[in-house]
Design a protein. Structure first.
Length: 154
């Protein structure tokens, strides 16, 4: 079997494996292997094929890493709805207690509400309005729910 065919088969195997990993990095290595196959098809020696494959794979990986697809988005787990399914859920607050603010700290409003069959401490976000009604959970800090005003429905 010709050398370029082996390069292309290896690239094809990596493309199939990439479908299972969903990270794009195997795809970048597959592009390098395909470049090695093109070098083999052009009749270059094996040393040049390997060098071209490595350089193209490294360059493709570097470009991917610098793109928006290669960057990991850091989300705090307290605010991530994929980690905590309570985020985005609504709850009803009947009455707020004003805890007062200290120097440099905004007013703090807290409440105790029944949510999912248990009593929870609730804290109001600084941008929300403290009045009885429906609120949406924005964050979970330990056993305290951080809530904000629910969006108005029109």
């Amino acid at each position: 079997m010709a050398g370029w065919v082996m390069w292309m088969l290896a690239a094809g195997v990596l493309v199939v494996l990439e479908l299972f990993s969903t990270t794009f990095y195997l795809l970048m290595v597959a592009i390098g292997l395909a470049a090695g196959g093109v070098a083999a098809l052009a009749g270059l020696d094996i040393e040049w094929q390997l060098l071209i494959a490595a350089i193209v794979a490294l360059l493709a990986t570097y470009i991917l890493r610098r793109s928006r697809f290669g960057r990991r988005v850091k989300v705090r787990s307290e605010r991530d709805p994929n980690v905590n399914l309570d985020i985005g859920q609504s709850l009803l607050v009947d009455q707020w207690q004003h805890e007062g603010g200290t120097a440099g700290v905004a007013d703090l409003y807290t409440a105790r509400v029944k949510y999912r069959g248990a009593m929870w401490d609730v804290e109001l976000t600084p941008s929300a309005v403290a009045q009885s009604g429906l609120y949406v959970i924005h964050e979970v800090r330990g056993s305290r729910l951080i809530v904000g005003n629910a969006p108005e429905k029109h």
